[in-house]
Write a protein that binds this ligand. Structure first.
Ligand SMILES: *Cc1c(COP(=O)(O)O)cnc(C)c1O
Length: 490
């Protein structure tokens, strides 16, 4: 099984090479030509542990790893770091099933993939006799940064540099990043939004001269963003596990279709659901939920992707994104693997800030539904679901919950549903406290205490003691100085 660039670079890569390199030489994303089938019998899934499912899925996509190597990666990633022994537990709330992906080290779903990526990467480096230090460059809308820092801190042979938008993350998210320990960690706030950070990182990857200079210094750049295939594939596991979990609890019969609602930013999480479906999990509608930055909602409704619009800072900052990188992989698959089409669309996006799909490609998006919720609706949902059902959710999850409600109202499709919950409510304590009627203060940490006193919902370990931790990173730079920051950090 080889990996190819979505933009047609004429070369097949081993999975280990694709993981080390992150992005193809022509700026495309690595994709397999076809998605493998599930390596399990459907009726067996419900009896498999999270680790067994992750192992099977990862081996299907990354066959270069031996069984022993993959077991080592999986077992070190999905262990007691997770505060719930099921790793990704599901909670019944009314008629919905909420899949909680935030019980890892940093209290957001990015941990699901970033707890294993360092193991996949360092194992790949050994297998490929990689002698360079791998420097991970990461643009973050708040959660990837911290999860990647935790994953790579003090990992031999690696260094990690994180860029986050200075005004675009929650107080708790920021404090998590600036207090990061580890000799090989670097964190910068940039003046600008997430798209500026992500474009800056992509520019650095594309700077051939800089690449050569770093190689001469013994350093190779790679990515921990969901553009890295090693980030994406581990995310398929929780969808397979969730389906098995629903069978086990008698929510569904074998093979019964299930809808999925996903709060979406860079399109990584929902793409993993699409991959799970391609592998054979009977998912029906893939409901793509956005906040006010609703490029994707418009895209699924019209077939036009248009970033020429106002950018909003919202209460769900991890989804404040206009350029959803992983959509490029979906375009590749729905075009039947036609890299010429993808390259043209991406060129149009970079020069005209928009592109439009052909009728044929637009028609193959039927299995997706796009919707959005603004901040007022998001907070209304958090307050209402807490008051009526006693379940507390974060702002991102609430966006998906609201869009799912809209979907049902519009279609009356009442198939069983999984709503994906991507963060602990405590990570966005300011908005959540206000949403449940508390008098939120400017101090994110007081809000954490207040929410706990009112709801009794357990505070994740990751957030306890954060207030007292020493601040180790406090540089704010302009986005055009990102390259310099990289050179200075190495
Ligand atoms: C990253 C993130 C998202 C968006 O996920 P994508 O894979 O980028 O679509 C949603 N919610 C939270 C809390 C996140 O951290």
């Amino acid at each position: 099984m080889k990996y190819f660039s979505t933009r047609g670079e004429n070369k097949g890569y081993k999975s280990t090479e694709a993981i080390i390199q992150g992005l193809a030489n022509d700026r495309g994303l690595f994709v397999p030509k076809s998605i493998p089938r599930l390596p399990f019998e459907m009726d067996k899934i419900q009896n498999l542990s999270y680790q067994d499912i992750a192992f099977g899925i990862l081996k299907a996509f990354f066959p270069e790893y031996t069984d022993k190597e993959m077991r080592y990666c999986v077992e070190n990633a999905y262990d007691e770091k997770f505060e719930n022994s099921q790793i990704a537990p599901m909670v019944k709330v009314g008629d919905t099933n909420i899949l909680e992906l935030y019980h890892g080290k940093t209290a957001a779903f990015k941990d699901m993939a970033l707890s294993i990526l360092p193991y996949l990467l360092t194992t790949a480096m050994k297998k490929e006799n990689e002698e360079h230090e791998i420097c991970i460059l990461t643009a973050t809308s708040g959660d990837t940064g911290k999860a990647a820092l935790e994953g790579f801190a003090d990992v031999n042979g690696t260094r990690i540099i994180v860029f986050y938008p200075n005004e675009g993350v929650s107080k708790v998210q920021e404090r998590q990043m600036v207090t990061q320990e580890g000799e090989n960690t670097h964190v910068f706030a940039i003046e600008g939004n997430f798209d500026a950070a992500q474009s800056g990182v992509k520019d650095i990857f594309n700077d051939v001269e800089l690449g050569h200079r770093l190689l001469a210094d013994g350093v190779k750049l790679s990515s921990a963003n969901s553009i890295n295939i090693g980030r994406l594939v581990p995310q398929i596991a929780y969808y397979v596990h969730a389906y098995g979990n629903m069978m086990k609890r008698g929510e569904i019969n074998l093979g019964e279709p299930v809808n999925i609602a996903v709060p979406t930013g860079n399109f990584g999480n929902i793409l993993a659901a699409y991959y799970a479906k391609q592998m054979g999990i009977p998912f029906d509608k893939l409901i793509c939920a956005s906040n006010e930055n609703k490029v994707l909602t418009d895209f699924f409704n019209t077939g036009k992707y248009d970033i020429d619009r106002e950018f909003h800072l919202t209460a769900s900052p991890s989804m404040d994104i206009l350029i959803s990188s992983n959509l490029e992989r979906l375009l590749y698959h729905i075009s039947g693997g036609n890299a010429n089409i993808v390259r043209e669309l991406m060129e149009s996006l970079s020069s005209h800030r928009r592109y439009e799909l052909s009728k044929e490609m637009k028609n193959s998006l039927e299995e997706f539904y796009g919707g959005f919720a603004d901040d007022r609706q998001t907070k209304e949902i958090i307050g209402r679901v807490y008051a009526e059902k006693g379940y507390l959710m974060d702002t991102h999850t609430a966006v998906a919950y609201k869009v799912y409600e809209d979907y049902v109202e519009e279609t009356n499709d009442r198939k069983p549903v999984i709503i994906v919950s991507t963060a602990s409510p405590y990570k966005f304590a300011d908005s959540v406290a206000a949403a449940i009627g508390l008098k939120a203060t400017d101090d994110g940490f007081e809000n954490i205490d207040m929410i706990f006193e009112t709801t009794g919902v357990k505070i994740p370990k990751a957030l306890c003691g954060l207030r007292e931790k020493e601040i180790r990173h406090n540089e704010i730079i302009k986005s055009h100085d990102m390259k310099k920051a990289v050179i200075d950090s190495i």
